[in-house]
Design a protein around this ligand. Sequence first.
Ligand code: XIL
Length: 374
Amino acid sequence: MLAWGGSTLPAFASDSTALHEAYADDFLIGTIIPGGLDPQATFSDDPVELGVMTREFNALTAENCMKPMFMQPHEGEFFFKASDYCVDFAEANSMELVGHTLVWHAMTADWIFQGGEGQAASREQLIERMRTHIHTVMSRYKGRIKYWDVLNEAVVMQGEHRPAKLRPSPWLKIIGVDYIEMAFRFAHEADPEAKLYYNDYNMTKRPKVDFVLAMVQDLRAKGVPIHGVGLQGHWSLDWPSISEIEYTLQAFAEAGIPVSITELDISVLPVAESHSGADVEDNIEFAEKYNPYADSIPCAVLDAQATRYAEIFELFLKYREHIERVSFWGTSDVQSWKNEYPMKGRTDYPLLFDRSYQAKPAYDAIIQLPNNEG
Ligand code: XIL
């Protein structure tokens, strides 16, 4: 294992074009530093894994270690070892770093919402805690982290045919709707050069898209520094449709709001009827019928996935002037959170590299698209 903080890696020579090079005129191509759920564990030092990550991608998001519960597990006790490593690693490999995430209802330690004697924190207390968290974390990496997911998943659906609404999180309940603009204002104070994002899943479902678009336009009209919207992109072979994705891209393009695809993966497994979206707290009971490729995956399925990725990237290229970054939520299928989510114990194949870090048909399909566009 690598010691914390040191991240000098050998350059992996290759004559062929890397994925981010193929898209150099279009948008950044990102991946994650996987893991980080155990603050005591160091990250992988597997040269094959690190070689693919650093060769193919030019943007990096920490999968877990920069989430609030890891950055500040107890009030005033910040844990920077893992995040420092990620920042050093990104810089050592000329990758743009994305800070994920500052304000969220999930993966946030309970203390932040608590006051004394079993009471909830007061409004003033929670505002001050939000300010301290944002300032402490962002100031440490000022000028080194270009993009921040300031606010994650603040909007929920109320069904396909009803307007979406603000998530009734402790942030909303304790502070009120102003918490959203405060988060962005604090972040802008902490690093005025950073690009500040709102990030969410289900961003191809109309009620949610329309709500988020109106919310962001409203915030911008009030002078709130919010620079872009992240569409997570936890998708599957048959959902969402290309026209649903296009609706979103077009809506934000017309409004002049940049977007990034922040957490792309395309699951090949059957979607449990009861499930949609990417609420990290979902946990559906395992059933064999939802795990058809436990031992191996037919070529036909990988080809279908390649076609699907190609259609999606063709659309991204069409909107490339409005897209800043397309980041995958992982490099190899072996590390994907989709093996455990929303059902534990499955074998999924949502990413561009197989379990031995070999490029899959999906990789071959998308790397050639920019050339074809001329
Ligand atoms: C996921 C991680 O990949 C998992 O390791 C963790 O157990 C749960 O969180 N939306 C987000 C990401 O914004 O932070 C989530 O990451 C996936 C859904």
